[in-house]
Design a protein around this ligand. Structure first.
Ligand SMILES: *Cc1c(COP(=O)(O)O)cnc(C)c1O
Length: 375
């Protein structure tokens, strides 16, 4: 089989659906939940993930770029699909052809949408992005009223929502969330009598840590995939309890051998055995999203026990020490992410070792390996 690989990411659709229902239970009954499926569904396969959430009633989806939204529609996904990062003026037709919802933050995209809508004899719903303290995309709050004046003057457009984004909501004790939310509430109130759209600002961190910020809709990413945005190691967070990681990543042992004391392992010989050592060679490397900075640092589960990475991670291979694990043989399952027996390696654990966050680990492993859904 030409698409066969030793390595496979396995995704539990039951976990994804559980997490969606859990998030639903965390917000008030009238609050809508948008599933963020950008970055190929945080590595979980955008189309499959979106369809899995749709299977438990989700009908609102968020992506970064227009091309992702088009892919979702072409795959047959129903519901509303939000494009967060805008578009080039010559791409405007796609929003009409595929019934997509743009998030806008500048006048020229508003005008090209309106022109196209008028030509087609329709009106298009847009959401306006406001920057309330992230320093990223969005109209500045002080420019918002002018911006809305202009957009309202365009006959082809209806303002269906106003949105913003929190920079630090994963931190339950950061004051910035209250500050941003105050700024956001102010603009929402100012516009309340002029537009009948929805307001939304909360991401996973805000859904879990700041229930007062849920507004009309929440946009949830990482929590749907089973992780608390802050990583459970950093805060002792009760709210992460209900989340179930959906992704596992496993491979199999390619070779096992005994090497003498004093043997250097892998490129640069950065590890030297200090005893007679059983080494298992695994067909996973940085090409598969298993970061080179896990050299002499990562751990892998084999026969239910932790085997430490020895030496550098290569492009397609890495080595682990299985001296203390009995009877490891060629073909044994090696788990890089997920559960084996009583042991678990989480994306937070790997993230901690590479100075990153679960989001990046999920993208790296998910987007670089064959993926299979189960259940
Ligand atoms: C990615 C994203 C989210 C979701 O963030 P999580 O921390 O994964 O919940 C929400 N809103 C916007 C605009 C995003 O880009």
């Amino acid at each position: 089989m030409e698409d066969n690989s030793y390595n496979c990411v396995t995704i539990s659709s039951a976990a994804l659906q559980h997490n969606y229902n859990y998030i639903k239970s965390k917000v008030a009954p009238g609050v809508k939940v948008m599933a963020m499926v950008k970055a190929d569904g945080y590595g979980h396969d955008m189309i499959q993930a979106a369809k899995t959430f749709a299977g438990v009633g989700c009908d609102l989806f968020g992506v970064a770029e227009l091309c992702e939204a088009v892919r979702l529609r072409k795959a047959g996904l129903k519901g509303r699909i939000f494009v967060m990062l805008g578009f080039e003026d010559d791409e405007v037709d796609s929003f009409f052809e595929h019934d997509l919802t743009p998030v806008i933050y500048n006048y020229s995209s508003a005008r090209s949408l309106s022109d196209k809508a008028l030509q087609a004899g329709v009106r298009i719903d847009v959401h306006i992005k406001v920057d309330t303290g992230m320093g990223r995309l969005g109209v500045m709050p002080e420019d918002l009223v002018d911006f809305v004046d202009i957009v309202e003057g365009l006959q082809g457009i209806s303002i269906a929502g106003v949105m913003s984004h929190f920079p630090d909501s994963d931190n339950p004790v950061s004051g910035s969330t209250e500050k941003c939310f105050t700024a956001f509430s102010r603009v929402c109130n100012e516009l309340k009598n002029r537009i009948k759209g929805v307001c939304h600002i909360a991401n996973s961190g805000a859904v879990l840590n700041f229930p007062n910020t849920h507004c009309d809709m929440v946009r949830v990413g990482v929590a749907l995939y089973g992780y608390h945005p802050a990583g459970v190691e950093h805060f002792d967070i009760q709210s992460a309890e209900g989340l179930v990681p959906a992704m596992s990543f496993g491979s199999k042992v390619l070779q096992v051998k005994t090497v003498p004391k004093g043997t250097g392992i892998s490129y640069g010989l950065t590890y030297t055995t200090h005893r007679i050592t059983r080494i298992a060679v695994l067909p996973v490397g940085y090409e598969d999203g298993y970061c080179r900075s896990l050299s002499n640092n990562g751990e892998v589960l084999i026969r239910g026990q932790r085997a430490p990475i020895r030496g550098r991670i290569c492009m397609n291979l890495c080595m682990v020490d299985v001296t203390d694990i009995g009877d490891v043989t060629v073909g044994d399952e090696a788990v890089f992410l997920g559960v084996q027996g009583a042991e678990t390696i989480t994306a937070d654990e790997i993230a901690g070792k590479i100075g990153s966050i679960s989001y990046e680990v999920l993208c790296l492993l998910g987007n670089n390996n064959k993926r299979v859904y189960r259940e």
